[in-house]
Design a protein around this ligand. Sequence first.
Ligand code: FA5
Length: 359
Amino acid sequence: MSVDPADQIEAGLSAFGVELGARFDAATTEQELRNARAELLGKGGSLTSLLKLMGRVPPERRKELGERVNAAKSGVESAFEGRLLALRAAARRADLEGPALDLTMPGRVPAPRGHMHPVTRVRFEILDVFRSLGFEVAWGPEIDLEQNNFTRLAFPPDHPATDMQDSFWVRVAGAPPDSRALLRTHTSTVQIREMLQHPPPLARVSGGAVFRRDDDVTHSPMFHQVEGFLVDEGVSFAQLKGVLTAFAERFYGPGTGVRFRPSYFPFVEPGAEVDVSCVFCRAGEASRAACRVCKGTGWLEILGCGMIHPRVLEHCGVDPERWTGFAFGMGVERVAMLRYGIPDIRLLFENDPRFLVQF
Ligand code: FA5
């Protein structure tokens, strides 16, 4: 004799009401409570089996029984939520009333200690050397106006660096066309900002990220520079040479040779690039001819520099008849690569711990 599915559901629902309360109340942990819910509402759960029978219930009873089964289902959900809250509140109470946890105790397994990234460390060391020479540290933003990055530095409008292809231009909503912004391509922006804000005499140094559309073993699209400049009465190229020679001796060690080669930057006159004598073959780590770092020349380029162009001083409201100054800008990654003998600039930005632990 087959049992009527409607009767089966009726019987199941009356047993279910009793079962529900008892099961959830018996659970003493969240896991037990979740298991009990799965036994009712899970795939083979008792309420799920009743729901499966609904398809075979005669149509005249389907509505009324369906409503009761659905009500039983929401009953399960709300009983579950209620018990869950009660269990969590009890667990929290037990935590608060239990023995206090001393968060200042040292861990049982010592945590490995990190350290500064080599580029950050070298940047701070460079700034420290200039601070010890009397320069004050200044800051500038990574997004700056075209005027500060190019125009006031006397870049001609058709200079390749000002091209869409060479710089990262940034759209500033509502900005007038003569105040375009970009990711600064060098830290020389800080010279301009400082001279616009403070009257001379000034001796400032500043370090930070700069951005260019460059990408190979010695060029990265994001890299760091340290910029320094000094404006005062009677400043000459001799003082620029003295400051940079003192930097090379302090940073790379006494006896480091420094060489100035004429070079062109629109914002200085005269301009130069500075090489230091190769630290690797000088230390006897490689013979001069075989040195991979300086490629046998004995010299390594680290920076650009020069006497600030009178036009740049004028653009910042500084009288070039009274004041003169020098400026220099060096690539921090380049200085770090030379110090540590790193052959590829990209290693510095891949953040591979096997590489970084070596510093
Ligand atoms: C400049 O950026 C000038 N502002 C420097 C300067 C300042 C000259 C003040 C005169 C007076 P340059 O483009 O040469 O110059 O860059 C300076 C240094 O940054 C280079 O010597 C090099 O070490 C480093 N550099 C340039 N491009 C990259 C790059 N894509 N990746 C890593 N380092 C770079």
